[in-house]
Write a protein of this length. Structure first.
Length: 340
């Protein structure tokens, strides 16, 4: 166990120290703290943390947890080695301010034969003279704000990770499009929805019949239940494929349609190798066959948007098989799967 640094929190008038310990030490010293205080959150259903369990076994660095002490003797002038010594002796007097679910997950996964007991767990320790100050900090850490929805997380991730100009496509926000639409640009909200669907491995990530909070829960469940696959490529491949294929105006127009884009993106998760090889001309010919088959469905008998999203997903998910179908074969195939 090691303390690296310290700082002073002026809001709660407390010292915050940062350090690490091994998973073994965390299990021995910290997991007994999980049910220590009455105001801590009830443990969630373990299925919500199934993805984290798999990631821990695979060697991820678990997000830091936060511990707390009601203690007057530790102040900003206390030396780091004394803070470290204090924690070593008095750790059982602390409680978990943020990270109960992670510690509980760590305890469960420690029974896996592949578990690495020497992996580091990083943590912060807050020292304050009153428990209500620590409770305030815990509320701001856990419940002070409405948790980010999966859509918001995707939005934040895309804003910080993807450089669309370098990847080769033009993207505009709703506000930018309201001012002036660039003819060949994609709606950023459509790209974000495609990314969310890609993460969930399902084209159906939007259902107006379901209240939004419950829909977000369903999306989270889909994401955490999707097994990682080293052969599935990544969403950057989708952007690169769009940049390559959009040079044909027919392709660009088709890809800019939100339902098509979502279905195509999720389908690429399975068929990225095959699709990345396509030329713009090849893609245009495939779209011609797809659209011919799709146009033969009776629009009065189907929900066009939902059907388009599902069938574009189905087509590109199974592209290695369906690429050689003519429009009649493809119509028969689509008819069979939609009648199941």
């Amino acid at each position: 166990m090691k303390i690296y640094d310290k700082d002073f929190d002026k809001v709660i008038n407390g010292v915050v120290a940062s350090g690490s310990l091994t998973y073994r030490e965390a299990i021995e010293k910290l997991t007994p703290l999980i049910s220590k205080t009455e105001f801590q959150r009830k443990l969630q259903d373990k299925k919500f943390y199934a993805k984290l369990e798999r990631d821990i076994v695979d060697g991820c660095v678990m997000p830091p947890i936060t511990l707390a002490f009601v203690e007057k003797s530790i102040d900003i002038n206390t030396e780091i080695d004394k803070i470290e010594s204090y924690f070593q002796k008095e750790f059982d007097k602390s409680f978990v301010l943020d990270g109960i679910q992670r510690l509980n997950t760590l305890l469960r996964v420690s029974k896996n034969e592949k578990f690495d007991f020497e992996k580091k767990l990083y943590f912060n320790i807050i020292f304050s003279d009153k428990v209500d100050k620590l409770l305030y900090r815990m509320i701001t850490l856990n419940n002070g704000q409405k948790p980010m929805t999966p859509r918001h997380q995707v939005e934040m991730l895309m804003a910080n990770v993807f450089d669309f100009d370098k990847l080769g496509i033009e993207v505009q926000t709703e506000k930018e499009r309201a001012d002036k639409i660039k003819i060949n640009s994609f709606n950023k909200a459509d790209i974000e929805q495609a990314y969310l669907a890609y993460m969930a491995n399902s084209p159906m990530v939007d259902n107006k019949k379901i209240i939004q909070d419950k829909m977000d829960e369903l999306i989270v469940n889909k994401i955490i239940s999707t097994e990682p696959n080293d052969d599935s490529g990544n969403f950057e491949d989708v952007i690169k494929a769009i940049a390559k294929l959009q040079v044909k105006q027919t392709n660009l127009k088709w890809l800019k349609q939100a339902n098509n884009l979502v279905g195509f993106a999720v389908g690429m998760k399975t068929s990225h190798t095959e699709i990345m090889k396509l030329t713009p001309d090849d893609f245009e010919k495939s779209l011609e066959i797809f659209e011919k088959s799709f146009s033969d469905f009776n629009p009065s008998k189907i929900k066009l948007g939902k059907m388009r999203r599902e069938l574009s997903f189905e087509y590109f998910k199974n592209y290695s098989k369906l690429k050689d179908y003519d429009s009649y074969d493809l119509l028969e195939y689509f008819s069979d799967i939609t009648n199941d």
